[in-house]
Design a protein around this ligand. Structure first.
Ligand code: FES
Ligand SMILES: [Fe+2]
Length: 357
């Protein structure tokens, strides 16, 4: 099997979209695992979630990668470590808990919270022991506001989007956000992960697919801004929302700011707070969508009405599922982009093609 030609014309007015084979090609999916997802930064949890339980094992990208890792917190130091015991590869820890060290349940090896080998019964006669290779491997980590991001190899830059957020909405009350787990949701859909991202990256479909949302937005002024390894879409509405105002353009009434960070993270800023979508590839044709809700303390995520996120989400999933069917057709090979409405997708495809070729 060979990977399809993903070369793309940088000029959107001349470019064809990615070929349909891309979404059906197992090798391209496998290559994306190392060249994209191992380089990506994944949002794992919040800093304050480690207050109660300072040992937090998790699987990095459940599906496409499945790397067992663990977050630990000791005083103010947060570490991410390989969660594989350096003795014989049992998991170093298996439950979210509070503790002073990681204690492997297989033969009792202990590690301190920064991953250093601490003790092991039955190893008194072992020579040159312990060595640095008996410590748990440290994994790249970065925190932003209350969020913890982890990457296996750290090759993708996410800072241009995070800095843009900082500069564009300085009044947004990050400190008042509270994770409302009762509003979180998770779906597994039979579609390629990139198709879900593409749909997110354009507002072109809003009047056709989201009739309720379309009533709230001023679609004539919908804007797409290309950033390094990310895209921002700005929807204007009818009323003034102070916390979404950009000090440089205070007359615009912003309804929502939609940030996509390559490859699979979406941060959506609204009057009521922040919602996050994480798009996790499971197999070539199966994707998990995780929705996380962070309302501002005094507010609630709206659940009713034609423009509610839950309704809009299912409208999006329906079209993505239908595109997955269409992409397999023998009569479809590729399309073209609308320069006015689809530059976010073109940008995404250029980044994909850069990482995969
Ligand atoms: S595998 Fe962990 S102590 Fe043996
Ligand atoms: Fe949509």
């Amino acid at each position: 099997m060979v990977i399809p030609n993903l070369e793309l014309n940088k000029n959107i007015t001349q470019a064809d979209t990615l070929p349909a084979e891309f979404y059906l090609n197992k090798l391209a999916f496998e290559i994306a695992k190392d060249k994209i997802f191992a380089q990506s930064w994944q949002l794992i949890t919040e800093v304050d979630a480690l207050e109660k339980n300072n040992i937090f094992p998790f699987s990095f990208l459940r599906g496409i990668i499945n790397e067992p890792l663990v977050l630990t917190k000791e005083k103010n130091d947060i570490s991410c470590l390989s969660n594989v015991c350096t003795h014989r590869a049992h998991l170093a820890t298996t439950t979210i808990c509070n503790g002073k060290n990681l204690h492997c349940k297989y033969h009792g090896r202990k590690f301190s919270l920064d991953g250093k080998f601490y003790s092991m019964p039955g190893f008194e006669k072992v020579e040159n022991f312990p060595a640095p290779s008996d410590d748990l491997t440290r994994i790249p980590i970065q925190t932003w506001k209350n969020f913890i991001f982890v990457s296996l190899e750290g090759g993708i830059n996410i800072n241009s989007a995070l800095e843009d957020i900082q500069n564009r909405i300085p009044a947004f009350p990050f400190a008042e956000l509270q994770h409302d787990e009762t509003s979180d949701a998770e779906w597994v859909i039979d579609a390629h992960w990139a198709l879900y991202c593409e749909n997110y990256l354009e507002g072109f479909h809003v009047p056709f697919v989201h009739k309720g949302l379309a009533k709230e937005l001023e679609l004539g002024s919908y804007e797409t801004i290309l950033l390094d390894q990310s895209v921002l879409q700005i929807g204007e509405g009818k009323k003034e929302i102070a916390i979404l105002k950009n000090p440089e353009s205070p007359n615009r009434n912003i309804y929502g700011l939609y940030y996509w960070i390559f490859p699979n993270l979406m941060l959506n800023f609204y009057e009521w707070g922040l919602s996050i979508n994480i798009i996790e590839p499971i197999t070539l044709g199966q994707t998990r969508i995780r929705f996380l809700s962070f309302p501002i303390k005094s507010k609630k995520q709206p659940k009713e009405g034609d423009s509610a996120i839950g309704k809009v989400e299912l409208e999006d999933q329906d079209v993505v599922l239908r595109v997955q069917k269409g992409i397999k057709s023998r009569f479809y090979s590729k399309g073209r982009y609308s320069p006015e409405h689809e530059k976010g997708i073109h940008h995404f495809h250029l980044i994909l093609s850069k990482y995969l070729s």
